[in-house]
Design a protein around this ligand. Structure first.
Ligand code: FE2
Length: 169
């Protein structure tokens, strides 16, 4: 399999690992409240996973794979458009999660923010698995059967540029 696809599959397994931690974290908030021992620390680790791995994964897909594949399949409708929309929705939920966590960390309105954080966590947990399934079941096989080696080289080049740009931002 094309190494870029292997890497995307690997990143999906990491995202699934994050989802397991996220579900455990929100369950603890519901059980013990945000003031439970180590609860906020656990949530802050999850935030780090999301901000690091998950968001850079999205960026790599959006800046490298999607544009090259978008020359073969319409990207204003169909799978690419739908996946981009889900990325945007995820980013909104992630902001909601971050805002709630930051408020809890500063000791504000515990119950209300705890609920917002759990809602965002639940919504992320519902959004991401079918999203990953669509990419792995539809988009990646499409890319594998459609893209020529020279196009994969372009995906790899765009990918390194995206990684480099992120390091300097
Ligand atoms: Fe993905």
């Amino acid at each position: 399999m094309e190494p870029i696809l292997e890497e995307l599959f690997r990143q999906h397994r990491d995202a699934e690992g994050m989802l397991v931690k996220l579900a455990a974290g929100t369950a603890r908030v519901r059980r013990e409240g945000a003031a439970g021992p180590g609860v906020l620390g656990e949530l802050s680790e999850i935030r780090k996973d999301i901000q690091g791995e998950v968001l850079s994964h999205f960026r790599e897909e959006e800046l490298a794979l999607f544009p090259v594949l978008g020359r073969h399949i319409d990207s204003s409708a169909g799978p690419i458009a739908m996946l981009m929309e889900e990325h945007a929705l995820f980013r909104q939920l992630e902001l909601q999660f971050e805002e709630a966590l930051a408020s809890l960390e500063s000791g504000l309105h515990d119950d209300e923010w705890a609920e917002k954080l759990c809602d965002a966590g639940d919504a992320i947990g519902q959004l991401l698995p079918p999203h990953i399934e669509k990419e792995e079941g539809v988009l990646f096989p499409m890319a594998e059967s459609t893209l020529e080696e020279s196009e994969w080289a372009e995906v790899r080049r765009l990918w390194s540029e995206a990684v480099e740009a992120a390091q300097h931002s």
